[in-house]
Design a protein around this ligand. Structure first.
Ligand SMILES: *Cc1c(COP(=O)(O)O)cnc(C)c1O
Length: 497
């Protein structure tokens, strides 16, 4: 059966899966959603014996119905290969009464690799299927993490080029080094003399400039985006929840059909939305625990039904969750509004005009699958320290937000029996300073970033990931800088236009 995708803002805009991947965003700012959530009609005993790649095929083929078996398997094989430092791809680690699902074994040691390692292949396959002959140029503005994960995913993928803009003085030294040492003939990295918002605005302007699009077309190029609202990023994220459940069953940790909780450190609402889709497919999930840091817009939303971004933006030790507009929440709003594009559009209009909207009582009733809460900076650090002291296991700051909120959940609900999977979204080596600071506040002040990496390696007993080792002495390959008003000419220069 062919699944189609419709826009959350226009019921008449309907496309195939491959077209949705190519387009990224629907018209009028809408997001593509599957017209129905497919069922996971597979026996658990069968799933339990599958590799990550096999599980990925079974989950993804139910969403990307216009891909042939060969096309989809090719994409999967090129994505989940030796780039990951473990054969399991997403291993489960049991610690302190919970199961940590480690989503950070890819090339940039954060969970965005789970989707960004396959998106380039889904995109080039989609281009072929739709007879797009142009070369695809990915433009990305980054405040750090996404840029590197996108660069690593697209590096040397035929038929694509990737150009990443970052604020020259606005990312951490390790993040900058990760990007400017990126290999691949088709990769370009630019430090702009401005902040992240200016980088983002510059990229948006290029995407929506019809003259530029025409010029690109003549030169045989077209733009595309790798951002987290693309269904080509959402669908691959459903896979690891199914995989984790099957592995818990295979390892005798749960009975067949036993419900589990899932706790997710949340920013843009992409990762937890994937867990929600897994539940809709029939995976036995009880509560979806949505964990925020001090930017607790989502906690407030789940508490009172009011989404309100009019508040101070707080810089925390979990920067990938420092977000006031969680773009993927729109897909949930659309669903609880009865899949009514008009209703959803009205909420989104309010959000863009007033920065705030309130859902109805009937909509709020449909949020009972979710539990939302947040963790303070203090509580997050304490959670890292306590887990390390009790078990020796070291988690990163983002994962710690989820672990802390899971503690709060247990205390508030007395649900201490349901087995719980915590999405572990980054390696502690990616946020070494904050992690080491949480464990031993006094020891870190005079240490360089790489000294801290070595110290973390010693205390955790975990081998330092290749992603960190390889940038220690790597050669700088990108040194382009530009003013904020020169971004377009920089792109044209890269493309020889
Ligand atoms: C992006 C990111 C998150 C947030 O995920 P969303 O899908 O945006 O909710 C959490 N942790 C880390 C390490 C991330 O990079």
């Amino acid at each position: 059966m062919e699944l189609v995708y419709t826009s959350t803002r226009n019921a008449n805009e309907t496309v195939t899966a491959s077209q949705a991947i190519l387009k990224g965003l629907a018209g009028e700012g809408g997001l593509f959603v599957p017209s129905e959530i497919p069922a996971l009609d597979l026996d658990l005993d069968e799933l339990a014996g599958m590799t990550y790649q096999e599980t990925a095929y079974e989950v993804m083929r139910r969403y990307l119905t216009d891909f042939t078996e060969e096309e989809l398997k090719n994409c999967i094989d090129q994505a989940y290969d030796g780039k990951f430092d473990t054969k399991e791809i997403a291993p489960l680690v049991s610690a302190d009464g919970a199961y940590y699902l480690e989503l950070f074994h890819g090339s940039t040691i954060a969970f965005k690799d789970m989707a960004l390692s396959i998106l380039p292949h889904l995109l080039t396959t989609s281009a072929k299927k739709n007879n797009v002959a142009n070369e695809i140029v990915i433009l990305t503005a980054t405040s750090g993490d996404t840029g590197k994960a996108a660069l690593a995913g697209f590096a040397d993928v035929k038929g694509t080029k990737i150009i990443v803009f970052y604020p020259k003085n606005g990312v951490s030294p390790i993040q900058e080094k990760q990007m400017v040492t990126q290999r691949g003939e088709n990769t370009f990295v630019v430090g702009i003399h401005g902040n992240f918002d200016e980088a983002q605005a510059g990229v948006k302007n290029m995407f929506s400039d019809p003259d530029l699009a025409e010029e690109m077309e003549r030169a045989g190029y077209q733009f595309s985006s790798a951002n987290s609202i693309n269904i080509g990023r959402l669908v691959p994220q459903i896979v690891y929840y199914v995989y984790a459940y099957a592995k818990l069953y295979a390892n005798g940790e749960i009975a067949k059909g036993e419900k589990i909780n899932v706790a997710v450190p949340t920013g843009n609402f992409g990762n937890i939305l994937a867990a929600f889709y897994a539940k809709q497919m029939g995976l036995p999930i009880a509560k979806l625990i949505c964990a925020s840091n001090e930017n607790k817009v989502l906690y407030d939303f789940f508490s009172n039904g009011i989404y309100d971004k009019n508040r101070e933006f707080i810089l925390t030790s979990s920067p990938s969750m420092d977000i006031l507009i969680s773009s993927n929440l729109e897909r949930l709003i659309y669903r609880i509004a009865g899949e009514d594009a008009q209703k959803n559009s009205a909420f989104m209009k309010k959000l863009s005009e007033e920065g705030r909207y309130e859902i109805t009582a009937e909509m709020k009733e449909q949020l009972s699958d979710f539990y939302g809460n947040y963790a303070s900076e203090e509580k997050t650090a304490q959670t890292i320290r306590r887990l390390y002291q009790d078990t020796g296991y070291v988690i990163d700051t983002h994962t710690a937000v989820a672990a802390a909120v899971y503690e709060t959940y247990k205390a508030e609900t007395n649900d201490t029996d349901t087995k719980t999977v915590i999405a572990s979204t980054a390696s502690p080596f990616k946020f070494t300073r904050s992690v080491m600071d949480a464990i031993d506040h006094n020891a870190c002040d005079n240490m360089t970033d790489f000294e801290l990496v070595d110290a973390l390696g010693r205390i955790s007993g975990v081998e330092i990931p290749q992603a960190i080792e390889s940038i220690r002495n790597a050669e700088i390959l990108h040194d382009t800088e530009c003013e904020t008003n020169q971004m377009q000419e920089t792109v044209k220069r890269f493309l020889n236009m």
